[in-house]
Design a protein around this ligand. Sequence first.
Ligand code: IMP
Ligand code: MG
Length: 180
Amino acid sequence: MPVAGQEKLKVLIRRAAIQKRVREVAHQITRDFKGQRLHLIGVLKGACIFLSDLVREINLDTSIDFIAVSSYGKGKQSSGQVRVLKDLDSSIEGLNVVLVEDILDTGITLNYLLRILRQRKPKILRVAALLDKPSRRVKPVKGNYIGFSIPNEFVVGYGLDYAERYRNLKDVCILSLPPG
Ligand code: IMP
Ligand code: MG
């Protein structure tokens, strides 16, 4: 993988460990919603790879939809403002919904999404996130299904980006930028 300038990548979670954990999370979801229909909502773009692996390990009558929000500009810092860039295609009223996120960081995005989705009256609304950085929380939100809790490092790969790059890495890696 070519790396721009002085950017450095260090593997944090290997592909095999991700696959194993995604399967475990999917089995937990399958058990929790046994005999019921499930509606997964992926938060674009970061969750697209997690969602596509997760849904194939879920053994339930499952539908999917996507929502796109922006909270980060091009860099590493959240702007604190969340905007819907692409809304859901269909109503979630009365559905068992699991919102699928790449990572819970400050919780600002999730807090906003839970608020607007609750207004649409799903029967159940839960949250699955591949990664969680609990030490960074500004809003008191929690995921119901968490892949890995990680330290306060900026990570890329398996869907997560830095300025739209690195989403295609198979491992989750810590990205270090040159100083300045
Ligand atoms: P929050 O609103 O601060 O919780 O941030 C949520 C969004 O910020 C995530 O869905 C990611 O898209 C992005 N994000 C937060 N931390 C990271 C990171 O370490 N790497 C890449 N994206 C991140
Ligand atoms: Mg995201």
